[in-house]
Design a protein around this ligand. Structure first.
Ligand SMILES: Cc1cc2nc3c(=O)[nH]c(=O)nc-3n(C[C@H](O)[C@H](O)[C@H](O)COP(=O)(O)OP(=O)(O)OC[C@H]3O[C@@H](n4cnc5c(N)ncnc54)[C@H](O)[C@@H]3O)c2cc1C
Ligand code: SF4
Length: 535
């Protein structure tokens, strides 16, 4: 065994790779983690909305190409912890029904090769590890579980509580968003989280967001058997003579190429970059790209149909931490539209600086400042369906090409209509129904005018399944075509559902982690516990 050979190499440190590294670290096996980015610097800029939201300070400066050959500036982040450093930490389980085939207005959402019950205990483990705060029993579409959330829900501030009461009075079932922030509301003095207004989309300066760096990678590297190399960009994977095993992992670091090897190689670069890596690793034995005899690698890209809807009211909205309320009453449909519509929740409170970056038509008699002070900023998510032509490929110049045509859009417009209807029924005690001025659909743009939602929820490009002809990965997320290659980021999703993806990626990484521990002859840990929050 050489210094460059490991038991396991994990490529990428986000929701998938970071969680897996945490799970495998206590095994004593030699683990190498390769991350193309560095740590997010801890600096005041972390919480500067001009820099973060408007200038895209922490986004990659890489350019990709869209289906029309135009430059695309992806809103994605390459750092230790991956996109969890910037996420809103809304940590949802998929619904039980999401694992089965579902008929949508725009087509079929296919079944997964595993059921909710197969993932249930890993969801519980992931919720413990990522310190999810929530209340069971409020969300009418919540899948079954016997275990409570590890921490109580983050409370609504007054304006959001008022909206929740209004929604409830009109017959909806608003609920508290399950969220991964280390907030101790009983003892704010000792709480790591300070409940600030720069959470969703920002890195947490005080390390109180449940992200994969703070909770997983930092813990994993405390084990002497785990090595992390940052600024280590994996360029390609090479197979040996048989073509059945990844033999070399070729890495660019400090301007030169290095080669590492491992008994097991796990790719977790995010759904777009993982597909790109496999496609770039084409060889004589794998002419269409590694693990791609099925020709599905890169295809079926999904990222949800998302929109931000601002409801401007006469009453101000002084909420600091807005992402506490959600509504799933239309998730599977309604009497007047018997097809899934999706999920309604919130983004972090928008401010005037952020609005400037992609202002909608300004409401009559409002300035941007006034609008920001009076808006409720909803986030709507509908499922997009897997289309083989929505895909990642590699252009002749080596750049990522992302071709995407939105689908199932009627579901999303019906969801928007449902929100507008629900808002009409809200009745403020000062202004009555007149309080509500209107809803503005709005794409939030960063510096290069790319929609926020562009690639934030990327998934589906290396789908798992039973049939090697129609899927790239087997049920354990091992490549059908190779004996030692696994993928544990959001690529494995056969359908995108309509809740945020990260908890499912984390739970699946724990599930695959158990399989790998078995394969490595190491012990499985039944209870994955996070480190204790200060409370
Ligand atoms: C602003 C924002 C808000 C979000 N809010 C939520 C939310 O509230 N709830 C939710 O569930 N989800 C949310 N998401 C989505 C969530 O962050 C992702 O679903 C999740 O992080 C994806 O995990 P992953 O492991 O697939 O990839 P990532 O977390 O993106 O990790 C991939 C890692 O691989 C590294 N990498 C890439 N290529 C290479 C390479 N060639 N070599 C070495 N390393 C490489 C990257 O640097 C990165 O660290 C949000 C995302 C964004 C951007
Ligand atoms: S302090 Fe709390 S609310 Fe603010 S960024 Fe950190 S986790 Fe989010």
């Amino acid at each position: 065994m050489t210094d460059t050979h490991y038991d396991v190499i994990i490529i990428g440190t986000g929701a998938g790779g970071g969680t897996l590294a945490y799970h495998l670290a206590p095994s004593g096996k030699r683990i190498l983690i390769l991350e193309r980015g560095d740590y997010v610097p801890r600096e005041k800029a972390n919480w500067d909305s001009q820099l973060v939201n408007v200038e895209g300070h922490y986004n990659t400066k890489e350019t990709w190409i869209d289906k029309d050959g135009k430059d695309l500036h992806p809103h994605t982040n390459y750092y230790v912890g991956g996109n969890t450093k910037f996420y809103g930490a809304a940590l949802f389980r998929l619904r039980k029904e999401d694992f089965s085939e579902l008929r949508h207005h725009g087509g079929i959402s296919p079944a997964w090769p595993i059921t909710y019950d197969d993932l249930e205990r890993y969801y519980t483990q992931a919720e413990n590890l990522y310190q999810v705060h929530g209340n069971r029993g409020e969300d009418p579409t919540e899948p079954p579980t016997r275990t409570p959330y590890p921490y109580p829900a983050v409370s609504h501030e007054a304006r959001i509580q008022q909206l929740s009461d209004d929604f409830a009075r009109s017959g909806l079932n608003p609920f508290h968003v399950p969220i991964g922030v280390m907030l101790n509301e009983k003892d704010r003095h000792r709480s790591r989280c300070i409940r600030c207004n720069t959470c969703d989309g920002f890195p947490c300066l005080v390390y109180a967001k449940s992200d994969a760096q703070v909770l997983c990678v930092d813990e994993a590297v405390k084990h002497p058997n785990v090595v992390l190399l940052t600024n280590a960009l994996v360029k390609r994977l090479e197979t040996g003579f048989s073509g059945r095993e990844v033999k070399n992992v070729v890495v660019e670091r400090d301007g030169s190429l290095e080669t590492y090897s491992a008994d097991i190689v796990v790719v977790s670069c995010g759904a777009i970059n993982s597909a790109a890596l496999l496609l770039r690793s084409a060889s004589e034995k794998h002419p269409r790209g590694l693990a791609n005899s099925s020709d599905v690698v890169g295809r079926h890209y999904m990222g949800h149909t998302n929109s931000i809807m601002m409801a401007i009211s006469k009453c101000p909205n002084p909420t600091v931490f807005q992402k506490t309320l959600a509504v799933n009453d239309f998730y599977f449909g309604a009497k007047d539209f018997p097809h899934p519509m999706g999920h309604i929740s919130f983004v972090g409170k928008l401010d005037a600086v952020t609005l400037k970056a992609g202002a909608p038509a300004i409401a009559p008699n409002f300035t941007l400042e006034l609008m920001a002070n009076h808006s409720l900023d909803f986030w709507l998510t509908s499922e997009d369906l897997p289309d083989p032509e929505n895909r990642v490929t590699i252009g002749r110049d080596g750049k990522i090409v992302l071709a995407y045509t939105p689908n199932n859009l009627v579901a999303h417009s019906r969801l928007q209509a449902k929100l507008k209807e629900a808002m009409k029924q809200t009745n403020c005690s000062i202004h009555g129904h007149e309080c509500h001025q209107g809803l503005f659909g709005r794409n939030l743009y960063v510096g290069q005018r790319i929609p926020l939602a562009g690639v934030a929820h990327q998934n589906g490009t290396i789908r798992f399944g039973h049939d090697p002809k129609t899927s790239a990965l087997d049920v354990n997320c091992k490549a059908h075509d190779l004996d030692n290659l696994y993928v544990v980021d959001g690529s494995f999703f056969p359908s995108s559902a309509a809740v945020n993806p990260a908890l499912t990626i984390m739970a699946n990484a724990l599930r695959v982690g158990d399989h790998l521990l078995g394969r490595l002859g190491a012990e499985r840990s039944e209870n994955v516990q996070g480190f204790a929050m200060v409370d």
